[in-house]
Ligand binder design. Structure first.
Ligand code: ZN
Length: 203
């Protein structure tokens, strides 16, 4: 372990940039942004953090340093949730959250790329949803099943990736373990948010 600069969010940014540079599927989807400006966003803690600390999921050899950087930065991050209890239920809300590492409203400002860190505990079903931006899920630790309209549902493990096209309906199920992800967005609709479509999606 090398000495760090004492800013866990900056360390997390650097680990994310390094991960993208050495991981072809990530670099091909969106090259690492070079114009990241730090933004003063206060930390925001949510109940899921205790859950993530207890059950971070197993990383791959190449994602372990990034997973560790996420755990170190978690107390400094502004964690958010897109959905209400009416939409997803109390159990879901107690075991999931995301933070925007870089992007239009991220800890590091950038207009033309977006990177999130997102966590879901084991045994959760993230119902069908869609958004205009194209998306790449990269699994940092744990695993989940990723159904998407027009594609076979595949279980993706640490080190694996799943891409969604703009407005392609998709869902996610965690099974016997949680999932910790790096999520990249690109293209039109970058500043948008996902919309639940639930049972309207074809499956
Ligand atoms: Zn999505």
């Amino acid at each position: 372990m090398t000495e760090t600069g004492g800013d866990p969010l900056a360390d997390l940014r650097d680990e994310a940039l390094a991960l993208i540079r050495r991981t072809p599927v990530l670099a091909a989807f969106a090259p690492p942004p070079s114009d990241l400006q730090p933004v003063d966003i206060p930390p925001r803690s949510l109940p899921f953090m205790e859950h993530m600390r207890r059950e971070p999921g197993a990383p791959a050899p190449d994602t372990k340093a990034f997973a560790d950087a996420i755990m170190r930065a978690a107390p400094s991050a502004h964690w958010r949730q897109t959905y209400s209890e009416a939409e997803v239920g109390a159990t879901f809300l107690s075991r999931y959250a995301w933070m925007e590492l870089w992007g239009p409203s991220g800890h590091f400002h950038c207009e033309d790329a977006r990177a999130y860190i997102a966590y879901w505990g084991a045994g959760l079903y993230y119902d069908w949803h869609r958004h205009e931006a194209e998306e790449l899920y990269f699994v940092v630790s744990g695993s989940a099943e990723f159904p998407a309209e027009g594609a076979d549902a595949a279980r993706i493990h640490a080190g694996g990736a799943k891409q969604h096209g703009g407005d392609q309906p998709h869902a996610m199920t965690t099974l016997d373990e949680p999932i910790l992800t790096l999520v990249l967005w690109r293209g039109p609709g970058l500043a948008g948010v996902p919309a639940m479509i639930g049972k309207m999606a074809g499956r």
